[in-house]
Design a protein around this ligand. Structure first.
Ligand code: IPD
Ligand code: CA
Length: 279
């Protein structure tokens, strides 16, 4: 138990260190950026992503903890003598495009687990790096937003709901048929561009659902937010309504429906047609 408590404070130190490291880089974004190749998750690595990842590694190493890092940038890397003891799944910056364009909606996302699987995550942090908001969660203890326990919304009507849908894919023709009924019946659709944070918005009642059925999102992007959803007593399932458990790996992709309550979950599931009906 003391270990869980210390992980939370380590994650907060990671976040503080990230902010310290990236602040000077934010002022250089309009200058030509160095080429750091392609990250383990398949996207080009930006200098700011690397700086954030290094801040996480250095902070945890300082505490003399052995761990396996599962990161969107460097991939899977082992540190210390017993790296299988702790898995640190990180998306150092979620919403890099927003950050590069000066859109103030991006986050750091870190999850700690005992195995490289979603359902063994026990401690997590998602920090909104522009609004001073930190979401934290520990298994069995709820989810907190700046130390205040959060609960999801009770909204059930699609007329009132605000629903996030990630439509960011070249394969839109494949997924659009599954979403048209839902979009037609929902008054307020959003996509803000940092999926970890958008899942936290479902956990704290800012929005009522967040849907990503592209099969494109990496588990590194949503691992920490998965615990926020679970511990806030919101819902997250596969698009077919099955329990979600995947491997934590930068190459592992995930699709999900996250909602504030069972009733809206059922409504959304009934409107998102299963794959076979549209093929
Ligand atoms: C991205 C964001 C974005 C989603 C992309 C992700 P990144 O994360 O979460 O909202 O549409 O698929 O890759 O690349 O900025 O860490
Ligand atoms: Ca990222």
């Amino acid at each position: 138990m003391t270990q869980l408590i210390s992980w939370l404070s380590i994650l907060i130190r990671c976040k503080n260190n990230i902010q310290e490291q990236i602040t000077p880089l934010l002022k250089t974004l309009n200058q030509p950026q160095p080429n750091h190749g392609i990250g383990a998750g398949g996207d080009p690595i930006k200098q700011i992503d690397l700086a954030a990842e290094n801040a996480i590694i250095h902070t945890i190493k300082k505490h003399k903890i052995s761990f396996t890092l599962v990161s969107e940038e460097s991939g899977v890397k082992e540190y210390g003598e017993t790296p299988q003891e702790h898995y640190v799944t990180a998306d150092p910056i979620d919403g890099t495009t927003n950050l590069m364009r000066g859109i103030p909606f991006y986050a750091t996302s870190i999850a700690i687990s005992t195995k490289p699987t979603l359902n063994t995550i026990h401690t997590a942090l998602v920090a909104d790096l522009t609004h001073g908001i930190i979401y934290t969660s520990q298994k069995g203890k709820g989810t907190y937003r700046n130390n205040q326990k959060i609960t999801p919304s009770k909204t059930t009507s699609l007329e009132e709901a605000v629903i996030g849908i990630d439509l960011n894919t070249y394969k839109i023709q494949k997924i659009a048929p599954h979403l048209t009924d839902l979009i037609q019946k929902t008054k307020h659709i959003r996509h803000l561009g940092a999926n970890a944070l958008e899942l936290c918005y479902v956990a704290d009642g800012t929005t009522d659902a967040f849907i990503d059925i592209r099969g494109k999102l990496r588990t590194t992007d949503m691992a920490a937010a998965w615990l926020m959803i679970k511990e806030a007593d919101a819902n997250i399932t596969t698009p077919e309504g099955k329990p979600l458990n995947v491997k934590l790996d930068p190459k592992q992709k995930v699709a999900f429906i996250a909602t504030a309550n069972q009733k809206i979950h059922k409504t959304i599931l009934s409107l998102i047609k299963p794959e076979k009906e549209t093929e």
